[in-house]
Design a protein around this ligand. Structure first.
Ligand code: NAG
Length: 286
């Protein structure tokens, strides 16, 4: 059981910064040491390390101190290879990355927003972040076609979920906005696992508060620029109208792709076109 617990928690730990202290001793007989294995050795119980974790907030192994994993001198977190750590092993984080309590010290962070109370139909997106995390165990760290290796140059972790209020949509928006303000304040780029479309509104509020009006690539069947439904201004069909009203979008740099659903208006694209015309990039329209 000790071994099981250890294997489960070991993979949550980040690569550690500082000079490499390969403190694997001769007692390390169970470690799988091959050239391609990265940091995801099965650390033996006898291995020691100078410090248990680089930054505050990382989950700690149940056995602290001398049983922390070996240090390989990298400042990055790397998804464990399934060649070394079986896919179903460990806490279910995005790509099995380390789980961290805050965005502090990260270049990018996966964050879940398990909200679906703004949807008009087919609720269930509240389970999205969990399901995405579960499926993400299949994703490997390199793109063999493009050579993309994001984890070699960016420090990334899973920082858990926004604590939404399922019984109060405006309050959920506040909670999301405040959580994202905290994430971007530390210079971290949030990578969101939703959640339905309402969440883009408070997320963009937080981003625009830091960066000013932002560009947007929106892939959807609908423009989500409605005004009111059932008397409410906030639901999954209105986020981008609210964003435009609050000046959160640089409309000349907004692209909506895949819009094709049936609509309430004869010309569902008119509102979006008007915003682009009103922007500095309006002359680019056909
Ligand atoms: C690799 O990157 C290309 C270009 O972004 C993408 O089309 C493809 O799906 C990626 N392949 C994998 C396996 O991620």
């Amino acid at each position: 059981m000790r071994h099981l617990l250890w294997a489960g928690c070991f993979q949550l730990l980040p690569w550690q910064a500082g000079p490499c202290t390969r403190k694997l001793t001769t007692a390390v007989t169970s470690a799988v040491a091959t050239s391609h294995c990265g940091p995801w050795l099965l650390a033996p119980l006898a291995a020691s390390s100078s410090s248990p974790s680089v930054s505050k907030g990382f989950l700690q192994p149940p056995i602290l101190g001398s049983r922390a994993p070996c240090c390989w001198g990298s400042q990055f977190n790397v998804p464990p290879s399934a060649l070394l750590v079986a896919r179903p092993v460990g806490v279910c984080s995005m790509m099995r990355l380390p789980v961290q309590a805050s965005a502090q010290g990260l270049d990018a962070a996966f964050v879940g927003v398990p909200l679906d109370t703004g949807t008009s139909n087919r609720p269930g997106a509240r389970f999205g972040p969990r399901q995405i995390r579960a499926e993400s165990a299949m994703v490997r760290r390199y793109n063999g076609s493009t050579g993309a290796a994001p984890f070699d140059s960016l420090r990334v972790a899973d920082i858990g979920d926004v604590k939404v209020n399922l019984y109060n949509l405006p309050d959920s928006c506040r909670l999301i906005r405040e959580s994202y303000q905290e994430i971007v304040a530390s210079g971290c780029v949030p990578l969101t696992l939703g959640g339905e479309h309402t969440i883009t509104y408070p997320i963009l509020q937080a981003l625009a508060a830091k960066h000013g009006p932002v560009g947007l690539v929106h892939v959807d069947a609908h423009t989500d620029t409605g005004d009111v439904a059932l008397g409410e201004k906030i639901y999954h069909g209105t986020p981008f109208r609210r964003c435009v009203e609050e000046g959160l979008l640089d409309c000349g740099r907004v692209v909506q792709i895949g819009i094709r659903g049936s609509s309430y208006d004869p010309d569902p694209y008119e509102y979006s076109r008007q915003q682009v015309r009103g922007s500095t990039a309006g002359h680019c329209l056909p």
